[in-house]
Unconditional design. Structure first.
Length: 64
């Protein structure tokens, strides 16, 4: 499981964009919009970061 901080995610459209970018790369994607965090199961951490960066949402991994 990977926990990502996505500080620029602030609205429903942002949430939808983030989900669309990550879903093809992971088993499950759960977005917590108020906390601006995304929990991802499966997938490569660097690919997840790159996918979000590509759509304008820089992200950082939150250590467990």
């Amino acid at each position: 499981m990977t926990l990502l901080s996505v500080p620029d995610m602030s609205c429903g459209h942002c949430k939808t964009s983030v989900e669309a970018a990550l879903t093809p790369l992971a088993k499950t994607v759960t977005v917590d919009l108020p906390a601006r965090r995304v929990t991802v199961e499966g997938g490569d951490d660097q690919q997840l970061i790159n996918a979000l960066d590509a759509i304008g949402f820089p992200a950082q991994i939150i250590p467990a």
